[in-house]
Design a protein around this ligand. Sequence first.
Ligand code: ATP
Length: 310
Amino acid sequence: MSDTTEASKQPYQQAGTTDADKQFNQGIEKHMTRNSELHTLTTGLTDLDELLGGGLQPGQLVLVDGPPCIGKTGLGVGIALANAKEGVATAYHSLEMSAAQLGTRLVASVSGVDLSRIKSARLSDDEVSRFQAAAVQLSPMPMWFVDPTRRTVAQLTRDACKLKRERGLSLLVVDHLHLIAEEGASLALSLEMAISRLKRLAVELDICIVLMGHLHKRPAQLHAFFHPHLNDLRYQSAIEHYPDVVLLLHRPGYYDPTVDQTWANIVVAKHRTEKTGVVSVAWQSACARFVDAPPPRFTSPHQCYAEAAY
Ligand SMILES: Nc1ncnc2c1ncn2[C@@H]1O[C@H](COP(=O)(O)OP(=O)(O)OP(=O)(O)O)[C@@H](O)[C@H]1O
């Protein structure tokens, strides 16, 4: 008798009995085991970690966006430091700063010493000891700076694979997207290709990639009073498809000198598996870092509206 019974000819089968169902159930079990083994990566910011469902995950591409000098590098350095401190193998690929400049940013971020005072070498005794303590804290951390002359995704991929193989890389910060060149492609195509390839790299190496971008297109006059949204970014199709998480930086004081200059918000504008929302943090300009902060005190009705409007 052939196996073409009535049941096997049905175009559908009872839920839970098909091969696809079995594969689905096995997939869920595997996913749950994997999740319990996953090492969540911190952002270094308590409320942000909470909103992100515990933090960032291996395999994720995280896009951090905002206008020039809003603090993208500050956030990237903070995420890299917070994880390297925990022993997470971390690489920082800055395409805009030398290793020495990046080193200065790291020391300022750890010590809280004013960046301009470090650069001018005019430090008080207290600052010298904080600087030295930060350097001692930094030296054993598993953090690598990637050669800033490596400017294509292919070069970046080779370096990341090597670091994964030799050092167990878990976190890669790429600062920033616009400086990655894809030869022979238009800017739009080059950026979309870079975003998609970095997503693939994150999955293939099972690492978290934090990518800084500047894809904002919103008119500046609105920025002080409203949080940025996902649809304020260019290259929507790439943004919709590839990053797992999109963080938008917003500092009302960036646009309006009359408001509290430390007040900053991080908008989780996209998250593939968690809810979106906004967290308030504090921006410390002198050492270019974000730190945890209590909820902001509203100093004008416009600022209240910015909170309520998201
Ligand atoms: N030497 C310094 N002294 C004082 N503030 C500084 C110094 N260096 C940086 N900052 C602060 O850090 C801000 C820039 O932060 P950051 O470099 O993280 O921004 P960004 O968004 O990464 O900039 P870009 O778009 O140029 O990459 C400046 O606007 C300033 O507030």
